[in-house]
Structure formats: C-alpha cells, structure tokens
Design a protein around this ligand. Structure first.
Ligand code: 5GP
Length: 185
C-alpha cells in the first residue's frame, strides 16, 4: 500500500482548495479520507464527500465502538478519522490523503499508518484572519477560536514534525510544490 499523506495546517490556509484541485487532476490516483464531524455543514459541503456529518451522540457512540484511528475536539466540535475512511480509499487502490489538525497529526504519528506529513502555512496570521473573514463561513467566535488554534499549529510546525512545509502565499506556486511533494515519494 502506498503511504498515506497527511495534510495539516491552520483552517483557512487553502488545504481544501489544493486537495480539490489534485483530486480533479488525478481522479484515479488519490482518494480523500472522509472524516466524521459534529460541525454543521457549510454551504456547498456534501455529506459523505466533504465529511460524514453526525450528531454528538453518534460521534460519541463511534468513539465507544472504537471506530476511530484518531479523533479530536477542534473549535468546539468533534472531528475524527475512522478506520473505514482510510480503508475505503486503499480498497480502491488509491493513495489516501487526510486533512486533519495538529492533534490528529500527533495521534497518527503513533499509529502504524506510516504516513508522510505536509504542513500548509499561511504567509502570516494576519492574512489568515483576512481569509477567514473573507470566506464568510465562520462566526466571529469561530474565527477567534481558529486563529488561536492556528498559532498552536504554527508553533508545532516549527518543531520539525512535518516532512515538508509549504507557505501558501500564491495559489499557483503552492499547487506546484504541493503536487511535487505528493507525487514524489
Ligand atoms: P473545518 O471545520 O475547517 O473543516 O476543519 C477544522 C479543522 O479540523 C481543520 O484543521 C481540519 O484539518 C481538522 N480536521 C478535519 N477532519 C479531521 C479529523 O478527522 N481529525 C482531526 N484531528 N482533525 C480534523
């Protein structure tokens, strides 16, 4: 099995945008590990594709049933990767890509997934704030929580926990670097 690739980085850095582009360019090569979350869907998000949206009760039941490889609380909601999410991708013969936060990265590092780790960084916290505000998907409270999580993510990236760090200050340039890391093991 090809090594899974874990993409992490602050919310609003452009992970989803880069991933969507990659899946469109290589539909048969890469697959997305669809996480479970208790957060409400954003406009345009599709259940079963972007996330498996669930209630807190369902999520807690899944924890009890030991369905998760890892799970974490982020910005007041639960997020987790099930064993099934990763298996579904590898059964299709595709390389699995995971989009998870820093707590997830730490957990996955403790498993036998043998993943590669890519960190996507915003040019600065200030640009991140502008992007989150401009995106219009978050409440002010959610933006503040995401900004504070972002600082912790950036500090963690400074410890050298990732195989590669890409600063997304130009989407085209970032995509070239992103593809290069993903395609060249
Ligand atoms: P968002 O609400 O913006 O979709 O995601 C918020 C954060 O949760 C992002 O940093 C994203 O990478 C992370 N996340 C998404 N799915 C998972 C998961 O399954 N596990 C963990 N630990 N984090 C996740």
């Amino acid at each position: 099995m090809s090594r899974p690739i874990v993409i992490s980085g602050p919310s609003g850095t452009g992970k989803s945008t880069l991933l969507k582009r990659l899946f469109a360019e290589y539909p048969d090569k890469f697959g997305f590990s669809v996480s479970n979350t208790t957060r409400k869907p954003r406009a345009g998000e599709v259940d079963g594709k972007d996330y498996h949206f669930s209630t807190i009760e369902e999520f807690k039941q899944a924890i009890e049933d030991k369905k998760f490889i890892e799970w974490a609380q982020f910005s007041g909601n639960y997020y987790g990767t099930t064993i099934k999410a990763v298996k579904d991708v590898s059964e299709q013969g595709k390389v699995c890509l995971l989009d998870i936060d820093m707590q997830g990265v730490k957990s996955v590092k403790g498993t036998d997934l043998n993943a590669r780790y890519l960190f996507l960084s915003p040019p600065s916290i200030e640009t991140l704030r502008q992007r989150l505000e401009g995106r219009g998907t978050e409440t002010q409270d959610s933006i503040e929580k995401r900004i504070s999580a972002a600082s912790a993510e950036l500090d963690y990236a400074k410890t050298g926990a990732h195989d590669k760090i890409i600063v997304n200050d130009d989407l085209e340039k970032a995509y070239v670097e992103f593809k290069d890391f993903i395609l060249n093991e």
